[in-house]
Design a protein around this ligand. Structure first.
Ligand SMILES: Cc1ncc(COP(=O)(O)O)c(C=O)c1O
Length: 409
């Protein structure tokens, strides 16, 4: 089969720059060709069987009973928090703990639903919340839910965090958007909490261009997530769940059942194009994860060894590490600023995810009364002295060498 040539040029990024995102899909040519053929022959492109097929495949990959496919990782976060809210697991006014270094849309749903977000500091050497930082928080505040972010492929002692949450009746949910494929103590990250969220945005581990998912083993939560995903109605539920709802609310006619809305929801549905792409890309996931692991092990130990420049990050407690970008915590702001200048037009870099959420304008605007703002010193340091560069499966050996040289010289 002959594949057409694809020009890889994104916005105004110099052609020679080592980019965070090198292509839209892994195996881009084959994927785009198959995708265009799929679109040509399809007569239904909004949510349908391709999405459901991908959901089954992804649930199987992750080792969870249910997967609910949505149109972004942020939608996955929103849907999950809303579903827990609808089920009464959390309510207005509750305190909601979250990893102080995370993404904006992990915190925003709590604010939107009237909960009070409580940032929990991370450990500098793992970039994640630990049982130690959690114990400190729960000693001061009665949090009802903990939204952990498994940051950049890493975790701390998430097994202990789970035990603590169970003991204290705290609902544990995980954002695994950046750590697909990481294994800790024999278990994939994303399988510690009651549910976990994933992003399939370009540049994350696998791409459906835009896309996300929630995985869980909890049937009731999975059903509610499907209600939340689409308008609050009961389509896409199985017959048993539909009958249960219709009986409960006395919806006796098919006519009205079409437009009956049972609980608070949105429209977060993905399309068949995303579903089909998800199945295509999932075939490569083991290869993608392996390459990212290889890249990490090739560059991180050498770079982190420069302990005069960087605060070391440890991963020897993790069985298998898979991240989409590699973090560096500089010893000083000056070192970080020098690197930012050095990488200009050479290596594409970013702050470490959203940095310290408490320092973001939206947080200051909506949660200004929170007295804890300045106490998360590690999160603040990461915000002010951190950066990351991309780790994607298409990095060449030459590029890996350039990366090592840039960050060690
Ligand atoms: C930890 C984390 N959660 C959620 C998201 C949001 O995912 P999306 O861009 O698919 O909305 C991101 C985005 O990069 C992220 O890093």
């Amino acid at each position: 089969m002959k594949f057409p040539k694809i020009k890889k040029k994104r916005y105004n990024i110099p052609a020679k720059m080592i980019k965070l995102i090198k292509s839209t899909f892994y195996k881009e040519k084959e994927t785009k060709l198959k995708l265009s053929q799929f679109i040509q022959k399809s007569n239904w492109l909004s949510f349908g069987p391709e999405c459901e097929k991908f959901e089954k495949e992804f649930a199987q990959y992750q080792g969870r009973k249910y997967c609910i496919f949505v149109n972004s990782g942020s939608s996955a976060n929103l849907a999950l928090v809303q579903a827990l809210f609808n089920l009464g697991g959390i309510k207005k006014g509750d305190l909601a703990g979250f990893s102080a270094v995370t993404w904006s849309t992990n915190v925003m749903p709590f604010i939107q639903l009237g909960l009070t977000p409580i940032p929990i500091d991370i450990e500098l050497d793992t970039l994640n919340v630990s049982s130690r930082t959690l114990i400190k928080t729960v000693g001061e505040k009665e949090i009802k839910i903990l939204f952990l972010t498994n940051l950049l492929g890493f975790c701390d002692d998430i097994d202990k965090i789970k035990k603590l949450c169970d003991a204290l009746d705290i609902v544990l949910i995980e954002d695994n958007c950046e750590s697909l494929g990481t294994v800790y103590k024999g278990k994939k990250l994303g399988n510690y909490g009651i549910a976990s969220t994933f992003s399939f945005y370009v540049g994350h581990h696998m791409s459906t261009v835009e896309g996300g998912a929630i995985c869980t083993d909890d049937k009731e939560l999975a059903t509610m997530l499907r209600i939340v995903r689409a308008h609050g109605w009961d389509r896409n539920l199985n017959r048993e769940s539909q009958n249960h709802l219709r009986n409960k609310f006395n919806v006796n006619s098919t006519f009205y059942s079409r437009y009956t809305f049972y609980d608070l929801g949105y429209n977060l549905r993905p399309t068949e194009i995303q579903g089909y792409t998800g199945s295509l890309q999932l075939k490569y996931i083991d290869e993608i994860v392996k390459k990212r692991n290889y890249n990490f092990l090739k560059v991180a130990p050498v770079i982190y060894n420069k302990t005069d420049k960087y605060i070391p990050i440890k991963w020897d407690h993790i069985d298998y590490l898979s991240n989409f970008a590699i973090p560096l915590i500089c010893r000083t702001k000056e070192i970080r600023d020098e690197l930012v200048a050095k990488c200009k037009n050479k290596i594409e870099i970013r702050p470490i995810v959203g940095g310290d959420m408490a320092m973001q304008p939206f947080f200051k605007k909506h949660i200004s009364q929170e007295p804890n703002l300045s106490t998360n010193k590690n999160a603040k340091l990461v915000h002010e002295q951190g950066l990351y560069f991309g780790n994607n499966p298409e990095l060449t050996h030459k590029e890996l060498e350039i990366i090592i040289k840039t960050f060690t010289s």
